[in-house]
Structures are given as C-alpha cells and as structure tokens.
Design a binder for this molecule. Structure first.
Ligand SMILES: CC(C)(COP(=O)(O)OP(=O)(O)OC[C@H]1O[C@@H](n2cnc3c(N)ncnc32)[C@H](O)[C@@H]1OP(=O)(O)O)[C@@H](O)C(=O)NCCC(=O)NCCS
Length: 384
C-alpha cells in the first residue's frame, strides 16, 4: 500500500518544522542575529580565534587556557595526511571540481579508518576532532594541486587558519589576511539546521560513522543553493563590471525571475549579520589591492536588490561578499565552497555529536499525491 500521511500538515522542504533540539546555537532570522552557545557571532569574530570557537561548539563552553592548549595540541597532532591521501588528491588533479575532490578524499580517509566500522560515541567524537584537524590540510592540498602547484610541507607552529592559508597559498598570510580568513571561518562555523548540517545529522542518525556523515554534508554543501552560491555571486559581480551597469543587469534578471546568487535566505529576512562583517573586510581588502571597483559594483548591486526586493525580505547573505574576499586574498573561485567546509566542519561535528547522543532516526513522511486506486498490472508486451 502507498504510504499516506496520518496528519495532514505538510511543509515543503521541511520549512519551519522543528525536528531536533539543540544547545549549540540559533539564528534569529527577524532580528538578524546569529548566536553560538550564548555568544553573539560579532563578539566571537572580534575576540576569539577559530580553535576557541571550534572548542566552544563541540564542548559547550569557551576553553580555559589549559583546555585551549590541549585542544590546539590535539588539532596540530592530527593535521597530517598520509602519503596515499596526497596521491589521491594528485590523481584527481584538475579533473574534478574541488568540492567533488573534497567529498572523495573525506570518504577515502574514512574508508581506511577501522574505527568507522561501528563507532561508539567516544570514537565518533575522536573521528570528528580528526576531521576538524585534517580539513585545512585537505583543502589546502586540493587548492595547490588544482592550481598546478606543489603541495606545501605542513608548518605545525601555525594557528588553524594561518596553517590553512599556508597550506593553500604556499606562503604565510599578512596580519590582515590572517584576521580575515580566521573571521570568515568563525562566521561559517555553524548555522542552525541548514541543508549540509541536516544531511550530516541525518546520516549519523542511522548510526553511520562521522566520516560518512561529513561526506553527506559536503555533498549537500556543494549545491548552488547552499555553499556553491559565492562562486556564482562573484561571477555575477564581475559580469556586471561597474556600478553604472548594476541597475540594468540586475533589473533584467529580476524581470526574468532569475535568482541573484548571494541574496535571500530561508531564515534571515533581514541583513545577514555575517554578510555585514564580511562586507567591511571586503571593502578593506579590495582597497588594499586596487580592486575597489569590484567592491563598489557589489555595493551597487546590493542597493538595487534591496530597493527592488527588500520588501520581500531579500538581502545579501554570507555568500555575497565572501567570494570577493577569498578571491582578493588569492583563492581560486572553485575553492570558495571548500573554504566554507573548513569553517563549517566544527558545526557539522558538534551538531552530529549532540544529536547522536540522544539519537532518534530521522524518518519524515511524504504527502502521497498519486493515484489511490489500485491499477491493473499489464504485462510489458501488452502495454500501449
Ligand atoms: C536561499 C534561497 C534558496 C531561499 O529561498 P526561499 O526561502 O525559497 O526564498 P523566499 O521564499 O523567501 O523568496 C521570496 C521571493 O523572493 C524571491 N527571491 C528569493 N531569493 C532571491 C534571489 N536570490 N534573487 C531573486 N529573487 C529571489 C523568490 O523567488 C520569491 O519570489 P516570489 O514572491 O515572486 O515567489 C533563495 O533566496 C536563493 O535561491 N538565493 C540564491 C542562492 C544563495 O545565495 N544561496 C545561499 C544561501 S546562504
């Protein structure tokens, strides 16, 4: 018999449905606020570094000095990749989008780890920390190979985001680049039950292992309606080319009912607080490297969008300015979404661990709208 729904409530895309309880963080879409474990995102971005925020998300409180030292040491110890992982990254080379490479590499490392067979909660935790530690090394190496450059020897003295920058770019960041990248990673670390986090939690709810869960999350993040939007947002800003063109190009796209990447959000109906912070950095970095025109074009696109669609709650989201920022510090655009994954890994791990501790298998229903009458089966050779 076809599956029917007992209750007639139906929310396409699960919009507004509460399916889990969390103490990790919340998004206030009306007030434009993002809070991790009780701390406002702007305060964490200004005062903490990524390691502290990662610890906060996973463990529930900001670390004291000893806890910080231990966590930092652990992340540094687990950063290294084995030679066969580097070989895989080189083998894939430029033949795949870096998000596909990232998904494959995470899945590969998981396949080689015997703890992924039937992990208990402690093992799930350890696998999660290992993934947090390895993500910058993996994405850094993917960036190098994608650009046809040599893989960089890990420098274990560097902080999480400086290490990532060094692995990806082959040089240490300036103070401004360092702060910018660290801030971007913090801003991306967690964001409610977005599609990739949900995919991660859904997979772990089957009692699958953390590597499989994060592989699901990366797959979900890859899509243009989620992590892939910043690549397209930057392409659009470049296509518009100058502030004078914004009205015409964007107006036409809106008329054609095209989605403007980097705008709109399922939860925020006001300005995304992360976009506000990234916009300031984008302004700073484009002024420094002579690409101010790009920033002014983006700013004009924002003005046009808000004047035309602000009344529908459409404002810039985190992806509108992040691509410009990453490109200004030298990242290829194909690596923008993997950078998102380097930040979001702590949220994926924290929420999956929190969920699996009080596990309940995710299993929603679909509203059946097909025929309710049973049809007579016709053999293939008698069908029209
Ligand atoms: C993120 C997104 C999927 C949210 O979609 P959503 O919750 O279904 O959006 P809403 O229902 O609030 O949209 C309301 C209206 O604004 C329009 N709209 C939403 N986002 C828009 C965008 N980026 N460009 C143009 N129009 C947009 C919708 O088409 C809808 O129009 P309608 O009233 O004529 O039907 C959507 O805004 C989008 O596709 N944005 C671009 C991709 C992006 O930047 N993703 C990154 C998210 S962090």
């Amino acid at each position: 018999m076809p599956e029917t729904n007992d209750k007639p409530e139906f929310s396409r895309g699960l919009e507004g449905v509460i399916a889990a309880e969390t103490k990790i963080g919340y998004v206030d879409g009306q007030a434009g606020r993002l809070v991790y474990r009780g701390y406002e995102i702007s305060e964490l971005a200004g005062k903490s570094n990524y390691e502290e925020v990662s610890y906060l998300l996973v463990n529930g409180h900001l670390p004291n000095e000893k806890e910080y030292r231990d966590y930092d040491r652990k992340l540094k110890e687990l950063r290294t990749l084995k030679p066969d992982t580097y070989s895989l990254i080189k083998e894939i080379g430029k033949s795949a989008h870096p998000m596909s490479t990232l998904r494959t590499v995470v899945s590969y490392i998981g396949a080689k780890d015997s703890r992924t067979v039937e992990p208990n909660l402690d093992e799930q935790h350890d696998l999660g920390i290992e993934l947090i530690a390895k993500m910058p090394t993996i994405v850094g190496a993917i960036n190098r190979v994608y650009r046809g450059e040599e893989i960089v020897k890990p420098d274990h003295d560097l902080t999480y985001s400086d290490f990532f920058f060094h692995q990806a770019m082959g040089r240490k960041p300036s103070d401004v680049e360092s702060k910018m990248l660290d801030t971007a990673l913090i801003l991306h670390a967690d964001h409610g039950m977005n599609a990739s986090t949900f995919a991660c939690m859904l997979t772990i709810s089957t009692l699958s292992d953390m590597y499989s869960a994060v592989t699901s999350a990366i797959s979900a993040l890859k899509g243009p309606l989620h992590g892939g939007a910043n690549e397209r947002a930057l392409a659009l800003i470049e296509k518009v080319g100058s502030p004078e063109n914004a009205d015409k190009v964007i107006g036409k796209m809106i008329e054609n009912k095209e989605k403007i990447m980097g705008f709109g959000h399922r939860v925020y109906k006001v300005y995304d607080p992360r976009a506000k912070i990234l916009k300031e950095y984008a302004h700073e970095v484009t002024s420094m490297n002579g690409k101010e025109e790009l920033f002014h074009t983006a700013n004009k696109i924002e003005e046009v969008m808000i004047s035309k669609l602000g009344n529908k709650g459409i404002f810039p989201n985190v992806d509108f300015y992040s691509g410009m920022l990453y490109s200004s510090i030298g990242f290829s655009r194909e690596v923008f979404t993997p950078i998102f994954a380097v930040g979001r890994i702590s949220g994926w791990v924290a929420r999956s661990l929190e969920y699996v501790r009080e596990n309940r298998l995710f299993r929603p229903k679909a509203l059946y709208s097909g025929t309710k009458e049973l049809l007579k089966y016709v053999p293939i050779n008698e069908r029209d």
